[in-house]
Design a protein. Structure first.
Length: 508
């Protein structure tokens, strides 16, 4: 008989759980993600005493390095990129004893035979129980060959559990996403594939569930009767930062909206699950994504806006446009800004627009969800200097995580004069403790086998289905780029898209 799934939301010590013994195998161990996020996150888990003594990390990359050289390189990375946490020599010394390195090419079958032998040796010395988490921090083109290599060497099965973590992008379109899934499933079951989306590991995104379903006053308002529209913004103030060649093939719609923002939207709009278990929660997110109305080709240009930043002078400095960035075609049609109006065709949200936008070289770095409620049915306080604005609930994901509720209140003094005010919740000041980074949360979840915050294949396919009509129309459209200056909030067409429904973008 199958045992019932553990309910992670009933565990009051969820973030104090200890990782079981295992080896984390990182393919692409010399890449930026490993240096900036993965190893610093694992060190922080060690600092918090959440790693067992039977824990090891095996880095794999083509560069020839000894174990000691790899340890020294990772020490430098942790000291440089560790956020809001002290570096402790004693903790590092114990952590570094479990760091190992193996050089080889992901496409070379011999690598996996040597990997099998190395894992066996690590198991004997570190007592990892035969458990292994394979983390693919490589080029997406290598995901399938890595899974095949692991399968051919018998490493997808073993005496302990085996799991595969895959970084985005999960395909380039719907067909390639399905093909990648089929290739992974030849060697790993769906329950063993963990598609990581670091946005789902952020505290505020997780807190959406607690906010909605842990309180009695918000969920009754969370529907078409009371919500006027929803805006989800992910803005970056930087340009492509030397990643022009990659970004030219991706663009903002693929890079941000198809995965991160649609997953956030699904978390905001999903139905309550019958139980808060991983499968139940993911079932509801998947159901929401499948309820998104698929745009017809003739609807795309009215409901989706592409933008590309041009040269500008920001902060007294001249900054290049996207087409002037290194590795970028001077006539590139890449979207560095994308805004889309989505509708959810279900009873809760029918007719409520969800506006999603993301872009580079915007005025500030900010990610937030803004839920605007309907106005009061009768404006009895108009006039007399009152400023009446709709109620607004803002969930800030970054850079400062928190929640604000905006409403109107009477100003002090004689007469009924109203003005907007806000009630603010801030993680740092409210709890007085550091929030774990997204990668700390998600790595620990993968190691303990909690898939709640990971993306399932049906979600991936549903999100690709939602954006694919836009991609098809944009591919056949010649845009007059650039159409917004660096440092602005994007092209005028994005404002016009909302204005057609009487709405305006919120300026975070």
């Amino acid at each position: 008989m199958d045992m019932p799934e553990e309910n992670p939301f009933q565990d009051t010590l969820r973030f104090e759980r200890r990782a079981p013994e295992c080896t984390v195998v990182i393919f692409g161990a010399n890449g930026d993600l490993t240096k900036r996020k993965l190893v610093p996150a694992l060190y922080r888990l060690a600092y918090e005493r959440r790693l067992s003594s039977g824990f090891a990390v095996l880095g794999i990359s083509r560069t020839g390095l000894s174990d000691d050289a790899f340890r020294e390189k990772m020490r430098d990375s942790v000291q440089r990129y560790l956020e809001d946490a002290p570096f402790d020599d004693g903790v590092w010394s114990a952590f570094a004893q479990g760091l190992f390195y193996l050089s080889g090419d992901v496409s070379d079958g011999e690598l996996y035979r040597r990997l099998a032998a190395r894992l066996e040796a690590i198991d004997e010395s570190r007592h990892t129980g035969g458990n292994a988490l394979f983390y693919l921090s490589t080029q997406p083109s290598q995901y399938a060959s890595a899974a095949a290599g692991l399968g051919a060497a018998g490493l997808s099965r073993g005496s302990g559990w085996r799991r595969l973590v895959v970084e985005k992008p999960f395909g380039h379109d719907l067909a390639s996403a399905r093909e990648l899934s089929d290739q992974l499933h030849q060697h790993f079951g769906e329950s063993e594939v963990y598609r990581i989306d670091h946005y789902l590991g952020k505290e505020t995104v997780q807190n959406i569930l607690a906010f909605r379903f842990g309180n009695g006053i918000f969920e009754p308002l969370w529907n078409r009767r009371y919500v006027n529209h929803v805006q989800i913004t992910a803005a970056e103030s930087i340009g492509v930062e030397g990643r022009g060649a990659y970004y030219q093939e991706a663009g903002s719609l693929r890079d941000m909206i198809q995965n991160h923002l649609l997953q956030v939207m699904a978390t905001v709009a999903m139905e309550p699950s019958a139980t808060f278990r991983p499968t139940s929660v993911r079932d509801e997110r998947s159901k929401l994504l499948r309820s998104i109305r698929i745009l017809k080709p003739e609807e795309v240009l009215e409901n989706a806006v592409a933008g590309q930043y041009g040269p500008a002078r920001i902060g007294g400095q001249d900054v290049p446009g996207f087409r002037q960035e290194a590795g970028v075609d001077p006539e590139a049609q890449t979207d560095t800004f994308a805004a889309v109006t989505f509708f959810v065709d279900n009873w809760r949200w029918a007719g409520v627009p969800f506006y999603l936008r993301s872009g580079k070289r915007l005025p500030k770095r900010v990610t937030e969800i803004a839920i605007q409620f309907n106005e009061a049915p009768l404006a009895i306080f108009n006039g007399g200097g009152s400023e009446i604005v709709p109620n607004l609930l803002i969930l800030r994901i970054q850079p400062e995580e928190g929640i604000s509720l905006k409403f109107v209140s009477k100003r002090p003094g004689a007469g009924m004069k109203l003005r907007p005010v806000s009630m603010d919740f801030n993680y740092g000041s409210s709890f007085g403790e550091r929030s774990p980074s997204a990668y700390e949360t998600l790595l620990l979840d993968a190691i303990v086998g909690d898939a709640t915050l990971y993306t399932r294949q049906d979600m991936v396919e549903a999100s690709w289905a939602a954006v694919e009509p836009i991609l098809h129309v944009w591919r056949e459209t010649r845009f007059d780029f650039p159409n917004y200056a660096g440092g602005s909030w994007g092209p005028a067409a994005a404002d016009a898209m909302l204005a057609r429904r009487g709405h305006v973008w919120r300026k975070p």
